[in-house]
Design a protein around this ligand. Structure first.
Ligand code: GLU
Length: 499
């Protein structure tokens, strides 16, 4: 259990500026786990005040991804709740009221200097060295108000003290102490009247009674400013947690846009909304994400969402950066596929078969296929490749694949004809019934069992590798098995004649 067994109020507060990345998924997950573990509330708050970076559709994609992962929220823009609105652009008046309070209490000021040009960096005002040189910092409020009323464009800046220091505390990193002389007079409200993140996050977390804030460690540099804003308001801070950042799979640096593009060429992705189509189970993605920067002990690796709810704890978060490891994701996907009950797996592989052009009309057969593929799938997307032949009307093995190793076509033909005679006479294709007669045949012909089964496999599945042959034959059914064997014999006859 976490150090907090009191019900927490936590929030996931994404900015809809693009597709939702794995890192955000993990932040959401940790917050969700803490809420469910303590019987508290998980809140979704959309931080959409940066209109330049706003991407239409991002919010929907985000919500769908969270739901796909199974991370339902208790309060949010779509479900409502007692602390709304939950979209920051709908809270403009609230921020303005509190910003005015900071100005009146002497912690912020109206600044009439030209607003710095925003460039491509994320938050340019973080770098602005606006301070001593500002003529407006000590402007009497009545004069500032008169200029505002006259319509002069302005922003509101935090009035950072010149002297002293501030200490902020992160639950996994301890105290962080910063000299105020290294901080600047950051813009809190832009000239369009919208707050920047730093102000909005403090006001919202306070008004929404957030007790624990788990957010990416990219916010550590501005954490001291947030501490100052809390102090200026005289409010208590939530417990802050800044988990590790993610590194590229090779561990060398943060993922860039180009890295993401390169990954998608390899059939991988770090965007949550891609994982379903790549054949990953949400259960596996959750398990994988949870362990990028958190561990329970040094041996347990399989966790369901319910396990994680029980076992998650802030103390075991590792603040060190963690590399994304896709082989681990594949590993977890396999483990979680094996844990699914067969009907569930059948329902999940169905769309992959259908998309690959195999219309599924026989539910019973799909169920049998799911059962036999369960231990063989690393991803749901492999189902058509590994089991498409179950649903094909006909298969088309390469004629050469029907010729046994170190055998002539004529010898292979003879073996195939004898195999056909045997399987026609079998009452069923279970291993108990079919194995012996076919092995005896191999022995009689001076061949290896692999010759006999290799022919059958190629004839029936048109593949070198398949699930166990008797299960495969049973699922395909007598009629189709015989049909495929006959067709294979015809192909062998043709090769034998030509030679
Ligand atoms: N909107 C911020 C982001 O997307 C949220 C940070 C936070 O959780 O406070 O990074």
């Amino acid at each position: 259990m976490s150090e907090s067994s009191q019900p927490v109020r936590v929030r996931f507060a994404p900015s809809p500026t693009g597709r939702t990345h794995l890192g955000s998924g993990r932040t959401a997950l940790y917050n969700y786990l803490l809420a469910r573990q303590t019987g508290g509330q998980f809140i979704l708050r959309i931080e959409d005040t940066d209109r330049k970076r706003y991407v239409p559709g991002a919010e929907d994609e985000l919500m769908q991804s969270l739901r796909w992962l199974g991370l339902e929220w208790d309060e949010g823009p779509d479900v409502g709740g007692p602390y709304g609105p939950y979209r920051q652009t709908e809270r403009k008046e609230i921020y303005q009221k509190y910003a005015r309070q900071l100005v009146e209490s002497g912690h912020a000021y109206y600044c009439f200097c030209p607003e710095p040009e925003t460039d491509e960096t994320d938050e340019p005002w973080q770098r602005c060295q606006h301070r001593e040189d500002c003529p407006d910092r000590d402007l009497p409020l009545d004069q500032a108000d008169a200029r505002r009323s006259a319509g002069e464009e302005h922003v509101i800046r935090f009035k950072m003290p010149y002297e002293g220091s501030i200490t902020v505390t992160d639950a996994i990193r301890g105290d962080i102490c910063v000299e105020n002389s290294t901080l600047d007079d950051t813009i809190l409200v832009k000239s369009n009247g919208l707050p920047v993140y730093h102000l909005a996050v403090v006001i919202d977390d306070h008004l929404m009674e957030i007790t624990h804030a788990i957010r990416t460690s990219e916010w550590l540099p501005t954490f001291p400013l947030h501490g100052h804003i809390y102090k200026a308001f005289g409010w208590d801070q939530p417990v802050w947690v800044h988990p590790s950042i993610f590194l590229k799979p090779d561990g060398k640096g943060k993922m860039s846009k180009r890295d993401s593009e390169a990954l998608s060429e390899e059939g991988k992705s770090t965007f949550l909304s891609d994982f379903a189509a790549l054949g990953y189970l949400p259960e596996a993605v959750v398990n994988w994400m949870a362990l990028i920067g958190w561990s329970y002990d040094d041996k347990t690796e399989f966790f369901t969402l319910a396990d994680l709810i029980e076992k998650f704890s802030i103390e075991k978060l590792n603040p060190a950066p963690a590399a994304i490891n896709f082989s681990k994701l594949d590993h977890f996907n396999g483990l979680h596929i094996r844990e699914l009950d067969t009907a569930d797996l059948a329902a999940r592989i169905r769309p992959f078969f259908e998309q690959a052009g195999y219309p599924i009309s026989d539910d019973e057969k799909l169920h049998q296929v799911a059962d036999v593929l369960k231990i063989r799938l690393g991803s749901l997307a492999e189902a058509p490749e590994k089991g498409g032949f179950f649903f094909e009307e006909e298969v088309h093995p390469e004629p050469e694949s029907l010729v046994g190793k170190k055998m002539t076509a004529a010898e292979s033909l003879e073996m195939a004809q004898r195999i056909e005679q045997i399987i026609v006479s079998l009452p069923d294709f279970s291993e108990e019934t079919a194995n012996h007669p076919l092995r005896d045949l191999a022995e009689e012909l001076g061949l290896k069992a692999g010759h006999v089964f290799g022919f059958l496999r190629n004839a029936i599945t048109a593949r070198e590798v398949s699930p166990p042959i008797f299960e495969t034959m049973t699922i395909i059914g007598r009629e189709k098995v015989l049909e495929r064997v006959e067709k294979a014999i015809l192909k062998l006859e043709k090769i034998a004649e030509e030679r």
